[in-house]
Design a protein around this ligand. Structure first.
Ligand SMILES: *Cc1c(COP(=O)(O)O)cnc(C)c1O
Length: 379
């Protein structure tokens, strides 16, 4: 299983099986009650984010004897879980997030899915969960999207958001890695994150709580990190901040990332910096792609230690011109202001942020040349 961010890049960039060769790995079971077309049309007009769920989901089970088995596409619906199921007590769970798109010619695509496949195993390793083979992950994406093809919204900026996840389902209260796991992939139509255009967010810089600490789980995609981010988020939302930026737990001085997005700093001289992956920061696919896109433009982009004090001083002096957040869900979000217990600074410029957003969403929509080969054809 991959144990470093470099290995995620290698796996993502290696050749992978094509959709037609993987299709059918997850056997389709009929849906007795698919959503009526009129209802679906209404949903796709205004999908929101994560509120409507497509007719089918992928599922598989892992046991020590049989490995991953019972790979199926089944009707979306409630799970049956023993109340002693280990995930409910010790949080042994990992997840992913990626999107499927329909292009103007009706073809179905997703974006760099092998990165997500690799990162799921990067997370599995840290949480002592068994490996899910990359081909099984890719097959589940192909099969779940093909089964839900009519759920992929065609509007610009819209997509079918895919949420693969694994959790410990063994009924056992002892503390050890579980002996039984469930894999699922559900699908949910998503509208453009900013239906009214590119809207900068107001950010609260959290100096009392951290989302992750040295040696912890900050680099992997597991629910526990999100649980740790919610109290600061609730407090900040009360003061009308849109997002929370976390500092490193060891020194409380350097930028780590947002609760669910990575951060970039753009300097007036053109250079761009993002926090280096210290082990507390999630290696984002979007982060990785943005670094490659900027490098192709000839921009001086690098990973570095970014002290909050330097960033604030830079914003005040004009040395820092922009900041943005990035992740699969919102793609790129410009930061409009940064506030903490004893400071408030504003960032009025968003040109670079906007251009990165345009380029990346253009590639995803099939309207900008996909020079890096990130698009993966589903059907
Ligand atoms: C998922 C996630 C990101 C963004 O990763 P992408 O692969 O770009 O979607 C960033 N930070 C955290 C904590 C995350 O969970």
């Amino acid at each position: 299983m991959p144990t470093t961010p470099e290995e995620l890049e290698q796996i993502a960039d290696a050749p992978h099986a094509e959709a037609d060769d993987l299709a059918g790995t997850f056997a389709l079971q009929g849906n007795p009650a698919p959503r009526p077309q009129a209802e679906l049309d209404e949903i796709l007009q205004k999908p929101g984010f994560g509120v409507h769920f497509a007719d089918y989901m992928a599922r598989a089970t892992w046991t020590a004897d049989a490995g991953w088995h019972d790979k199926q596409i089944v009707p979306y619906g409630p799970l049956s879980l023993d109340p002693a199921g280990a995930v409910l007590h010790y949080g042994q769970e990992v997840f992913e997030g990626l999107k499927a798109y329909v292009h103007d010619d009706g073809s179905l695509w997703t974006f760099r899915p092998a990165y997500n496949a690799a990162r799921l195993n990067f997370s599995n390793y840290r949480l002592a969960i068994p490996e899910l083979p990359v081909d099984d992950f890719l097959a589940s994406i192909v099969d779940v999207v093909r089964a839900n093809a009519r759920w992929v919204p065609a509007k610009e900026g819209a997509s079918l958001y895919l949420r693969p996840y694994i959790f410990a389902s063994e009924a056992f209260l002892g503390v050890r890695a579980a002996a039984k796991y469930e894999y699922l992939c559900i699908a949910s139509p998503a509208g453009p994150y900013f239906p009214n255009g590119f809207t900068p967010i107001n950010v609260w810089v959290e100096q009392d709580f951290h989302r992750a600490g040295p040696g912890g789980m900050g680099a992997v995609k597991t629910g526990g990190n999100y649980a740790a981010s919610l109290l600061p988020k609730v407090t900040a939302a009360r003061e009308h901040y849109d997002e929370v930026l976390f500092l490193d737990a060891a020194t409380n001085t350097n930028l780590d990332e947002f609760g669910g997005m990575n951060v970039f700093v753009v300097y007036a001289d053109g250079r761009v910096r993002t926090p280096r992956l210290t082990g507390n920061i999630l290696p984002g696919n979007t982060r990785s792609c943005i670094m490659q896109l900027l490098r192709r433009r000839g921009v001086d982009v690098a990973e570095d230690t970014l002290a909050l004090a330097d960033v604030i001083a830079g914003i005040k002096s004009g040395e820092v011109s922009e900041m943005f957040a990035c992740g699969t869900a919102a793609v790129v979000t410009a930061v409009g202001s940064l506030t903490g217990a004893d400071f408030k600074v504003e960032l009025p410029t968003h040109e670079v942020s906007q251009s990165v957003y345009d380029e990346l969403t253009g590639i995803q929509a099939g309207k900008v040349d996909d020079e890096f080969g990130w698009l993966y054809r589903i059907g």
